[in-house]
Design a protein around this ligand. Structure first.
Ligand SMILES: Cc1cc2nc3c(=O)[nH]c(=O)nc-3n(C[C@H](O)[C@H](O)[C@H](O)COP(=O)(O)O)c2cc1C
Length: 361
């Protein structure tokens, strides 16, 4: 199997990955105490350390970004200590780990937030659909308050501070969640961004939030430790196509290239019923960015190998397959059948459907 490119080493920014299999970021809602990672979360990631790189579940850089129940944060010392349990286990097991920084912005219910925190967004627009709240079930999203320019700037600082805390917690780097309709994409997409200050209006202005975060992180922790996830043409959380979308993603790719970040990670959820991400826009991003390109969405071993051989990307992320197959890399190497996960336990607290999936042997 060693001839497979998928199982070969790769140098990503400052680190060398033992293979090109990435564990995609997946929210699992097990941070039951004060939005802090814990020993159970450490065990879950340790079990999946065959991956060359693990990208954690979306983790908020701010109390305001904890829109979902039981998601972890990274803005205080307790959370740094919780995450250190995770990074130590993963490193002992021989893998590398980036934390995905996800501020939920308008996607959230205020009852999920800690005391004093608020649901914020670029323009205060209500997101359709509902949000789960423990003890109450599905509730409407909270109407967000439109961020002042001062709040935009302080939120950028929260991301940069979280990147510094990530290094303190032992992470190899950070991924900016610029996809799936959360705060960064709420700035990028004019459907959610109707601002008239320097963070809204033109392509340059709508990209500024993402770019200032990436630049600030690169300055604080090193450009080789920063990546970004993007979802052009994604429709989740009221996103979707808009005029000038190709130019917008070209501009962002060029800006990220100039900063010199380690990678761009593309979301493609067309296999889950989302609209096709046109190859044209994937090519625009790839052609304007010299760092690594992470493919994701509906991959299995053969498709991953084919796309790597065709030079469509350098790394391939697997999401759902990692849930029920902690030893996914071994299973792919040995062509062992994959187990199917129980969707009912994707976001429920506790070990069930989390750390209780066995390895094949
Ligand atoms: C339970 C679950 C939680 C997810 N949470 C996140 C998340 O926190 N951040 C993110 O960028 N994507 C998230 N995703 C999307 C995955 O990273 C990935 O893009 C998606 O599952 C498609 O890849 P796959 O076909 O290999 O599963 C999540 C997906 C699932 C199934």
């Amino acid at each position: 199997m060693s001839e497979y490119k998928l199982f070969s080493e790769f140098k990503l920014g400052d680190i060398t990955l033992k293979n090109r299999v990435v564990m995609a970021p997946m929210t699992r809602s097990r941070a039951v105490e004060k939005n802090t990672a814990n020993a159970l979360i450490a065990e879950y990631y340790e079990q999946r350390s065959e991956a060359g790189l693990i990208i954690t579940e979306g983790t908020s850089p701010s109390p305001n970004g904890l829109g979902y129940p039981r998601i972890p944060g990274l803005f205080n010392q307790q959370q740094v200590d919780g995450w250190r349990l995770v990074t130590e286990k993963v490193h002992e097991a021989g893998s590398k780990i980036f934390v995905q920084l996800m501020h939920t912005g308008a996607v959230g219910n205020v009852e999920n937030l800690p005391e004093g925190a608020k649901v914020l967004s670029p323009s205060g627009l209500l997101v359709s659909g509902q949000m789960y709240v423990d003890g109450k079930g599905m509730q409407d999203h909270t109407v967000p308050s439109a961020m002042t320019t001062t709040e935009v700037k302080s939120t950028i600082q929260e991301y940069i501070n979280a990147a510094k805390l990530a290094i303190e917690a032992g992470f190899d780097g950070v991924e900016i969640h610029g996809a799936n309709g959360y705060l960064v994409e709420q700035f990028i997409n004019p459907k959610a961004n109707q601002r008239t200050d320097e963070y809204g209006g033109s392509i340059e202005n709508r990209s500024r939030f993402a770019i200032e975060i990436a630049q600030g992180m690169a300055d604080a922790i090193g450009k080789g430790k920063v990546g970004i996830r993007l979802s052009p043409f994604g429709v989740f959380n009221d996103m979707g196509e808009f005029e000038g979308i190709d130019e917008q993603f070209k501009y962002i790719a060029e800006a990220m290239n100039k900063i010199g970040i380690a990678y761009i990670h593309i979301v493609d959820h067309s296999h889950m019923g989302a609209p096709e991400v046109p190859q044209r826009v994937k090519d625009i991003i790839r052609n304007n960015f010299k760092g690594a390109y992470i493919l994701s969405g509906g991959y299995n071993k053969e498709r991953a190998e084919n796309d790597l051989q065709a030079n469509k990307g350098e790394l391939v992320a697997f999401g759902v397959p990692f849930i029920a197959n902690p030893d996914l890399v071994t299973r792919m190497k040995k062509d062992i059948a994959l187990a199917n996960p129980d969707q009912n336990t994707f976001y429920t607290p506790g070990v069930q459907g989390y750390t209780d999936y066995p390895k094949a042997d």
